[in-house]
Design a protein around this ligand. Structure first.
Ligand code: FA5
Length: 344
């Protein structure tokens, strides 16, 4: 009987010691301690069974078991100390000067950034910066701009038409030009204003055309304004924006709300004018429409065309951002791919 209990004691102590050397965390150590030395632990259990031994063997077994128990308790304590020191060693090795992980920061969309720059440039030239409605009436988007209902020029800009109220038709504005008349109505003439904003066209998208894009309208009306002012202001604006000589050309172009009208093209920066997919092999990218404000538009805005003349322009901001950053496809701007935006 004693032999059985003694062997059991030896085995339990042996197992406990080997388990002790392999525990690697304080939690594991605690579990082991409870399993072996705890109130319901193996050794405690054996000591409880001491009463089953013949009286003369109880003393020696009890002493042996208690000796093992306190030796194990000491070993557990020593191991606890070791493990504590090991976890502190990690803390001591911590280097507070290593650079941390920076949280990602957002920034302006490249189109918005260039829009802000344009606003700054025109503000510094004494222009107002105005905002206009994206849902526009047929009157301001077309009629007040000398584009009556039957006019073929309505087809120049494919229009998103909205539900029609009994006496007024609404559209998603196809350009920022409706703000020419709204601005004259609101502020009178003389006036110098730019109007940045989003515009919408029901058209097929490709590398240079989006259905939703951005324009900045410009309007200057005063006494004695001529094409020379238009060219001067466009040159100053583009030079400031690009900070260098840019090769541009003016082509005569028809817009119903200007006379004469022009289109201003940029030499393609991707191919330096040689011709590539971005410029459709022409070497040039159309950047803005402009011209002298049509007398009918001045009248619609309440200005007397006998006394006042003016120029207006409409720039595609997305196209400017493409030029600035050498982006080959306008559709990247709306695709929402962060890998694209993180480059700016
Ligand atoms: C207009 O929208 C006229 N309102 C501009 C204007 C204003 C002319 C004042 C005269 C006086 P146009 O449709 O050409 O014109 O567009 C003007 C500019 O917007 C273009 O030169 C181009 O840079 C940009 N643009 C036009 N369509 C798109 C499109 N689908 N995607 C991206 N940019 C476009």
């Amino acid at each position: 009987m004693t032999d059985d209990l003694n062997r059991e004691l030896e085995r339990a102590v042996e197992q406990a010691r080997s388990a002790l050397s392999s525990v690697s965390t304080l939690d594991e150590l605690e579990a082991l301690e409870t399993r072996v030395l705890g109130r319901k632990g193996e050794l405690t259990g054996m000591l409880r069974r001491i009463g089953t031994l013949p009286p003369e063997q109880r003393g020696p077994f009890g002493q042996a078991a208690n000796r093992e128990k306190s030796a194990l308790a000491e070993a557990v304590e020593a191991r606890r100390e070791e493990l504590r020191n090991a976890s502190l060693a990690g803390v001591r090795d911590f280097d507070p000067t290593t650079p941390g992980i920076r949280p990602a920061r957002g920034h302006q969309h490249p189109v918005l950034a260039i829009r802000r720059e344009i606003e700054e440039i025109f503000l510094s030239m004494g222009f107002l910066v105005l905002d206009g409605p994206e849902v526009e009436t047929e009157h301001y988007n077309f009629e007040a701009l000398n584009i009556p209902g039957h006019h073929p020029a309505r087809d120049m800009q494919d229009t998103f038409w909205l539900e029609t109220a009994p006496d007024v038709s609404f559209v998603m504005r196809t350009h920022t030009s409706p703000m020419q008349v709204r601005a004259m109505e609101r502020f009178g003439v003389p006036i110098r204003a730019v109007v940045p904003g989003r515009v919408y066209r029901n058209e097929t998208c490709d590398a240079t055309h989006e259905a939703t894009f951005h324009q900045v309208e410009g309007l200057v009306v005063d006494r004695g304004i001529s094409v020379a002012h238009l060219k001067g202001v466009m040159g100053a604006f583009l030079g400031r924006l690009f900070g260098r000589e840019v090769t541009v050309r003016l082509r005569p172009h028809y817009f119903p709300f200007v006379e004469p009208g022009f289109e201003l093209d940029f030499q393609c920066v991707h191919c330096e004018g040689a011709g590539c997919s971005v410029c459709k092999r022409s070497g040039w990218i159309e950047m803005l429409g402009c011209g002298m404000v049509h007398p009918r538009v001045l009248e619609a805005g309440g200005a007397d065309p006998e006394e006042f003349t003016g120029f207006a322009f409409g720039v595609g901001i997305d196209r400017l951002a493409m030029m600035r950053h050498v982006i080959e496809d306008i559709r990247h701007f709306h695709a929402g791919d962060l890998r694209f935006f993180e480059q700016f």
